[in-house]
Design a protein around this ligand. Structure first.
Ligand code: IMP
Ligand code: MG
Length: 182
C-alpha cells in the first residue's frame, strides 16, 4: 500500500514531548508507587510507552510491561462502540497497580473497555495515562489520570500515531493538513 501524501505541520516537537514525558513519569511514580504494571494499548501507544518506561526508570520506578491490542468497529468514520480484544495481555493483573497507556483519549470507548476489563480481573488500582486528550469528544465515561497534552480536535500523526498505518515513525507529533486528507 502506498503512503498517503500529506502535509504535516509540527504541533509538539521531540524536545517538548521528551520534557512532558519526564514530568508525567514523575507524577505516575508519585501516584502509583514504584511497583506497577504498564499495559500499553497497541498499536498507537508503543513509542510513547517505550519512552515513558525509560522515564519511569529515572523516576525510581521498576515497572513490568504487557501489551494489549484492541479494536473498535463501526460503520462510517467513527467507531460505534463495540470493542474487541485482538491480542490479550499474558500477565496476571490481580492485586497489581496498573497503568493503562494509550495514544489518544477521544470517545473513550477503547479505554473504558480496557479499564473495566482490568478491574474485573482484580487489579488493585487502575490509572490511565494518555499522550493526547481531545476534549469534548467523550462518548464513554472515562477520565485520564495523566495527560500529556490537551490537543485541539485535529487529525495528528507521528510518535506512534498513524494515518492509514503510516507516519508512526515521525519523532514529533504533527497535524495533517485538512486539504491533504481524503
Ligand atoms: P476512542 O477514545 O475509543 O475514540 O479511541 C481513540 C483512538 O482513535 C486512538 O487510540 C487512536 O488510535 C485513534 N485516533 C483518534 N484521533 C486520532 C488522530 O488524530 N490521529 C491518529 N489516530 C487517532
Ligand atoms: Mg489506538
Amino acid at each position: 500500500m502506498n503512503r498517503p501524501e500529506a502535509q504535516v505541520e509540527i504541533l509538539y516537537s521531540a524536545g517538548e514531548i521528551d520534557a512532558r514525558v519526564t514530568v508525567l513519569a514523575e507524577d505516575i511514580a508519585g501516584s502509583l508507587g514504584d511497583d506497577l504494571m504498564i499495559i500499553a494499548v497497541l498499536k498507537g501507544s508503543f513509542v510513547f510507552a517505550a519512552d515513558l518506561l525509560r522515564a519511569l526508570h529515572h523516576a525510581g520506578a521498576h515497572p513490568q510491561v504487557d501489551f494489549m491490542s484492541l479494536s473498535s468497529y463501526g460503520t462510517g468514520m467513527e467507531s460505534k462502540g463495540t470493542v474487541t480484544v485482538l491480542r490479550d495481555i499474558t500477565d496476571d493483573v490481580a492485586g497489581r497497580n496498573v497503568l493503562l497507556v494509550d495514544d489518544i483519549l477521544e470517545s473513550g470507548r477503547t479505554l473504558a473497555f480496557a479499564r473495566d476489563l482490568i478491574r474485573d480481573r482484580g487489579a488493585a488500582r487502575v490509572e490511565i495515562c494518555v499522550l493526547l486528550e481531545k476534549p469534548g469528544k467523550r462518548k464513554a465515561e472515562v477520565t485520564a489520570d495523566h495527560v500529556g497534552f490537551e490537543t485541539p480536535d485535529l487529525f495528528v500523526v507521528g510518535y506512534g500515531l498513524d494515518y492509514a498505518n503510516f507516519y508512526r515513525e515521525l519523532p514529533y507529533i504533527g497535524v495533517v493538513q485538512n486539504d491533504t486528507v481524503d
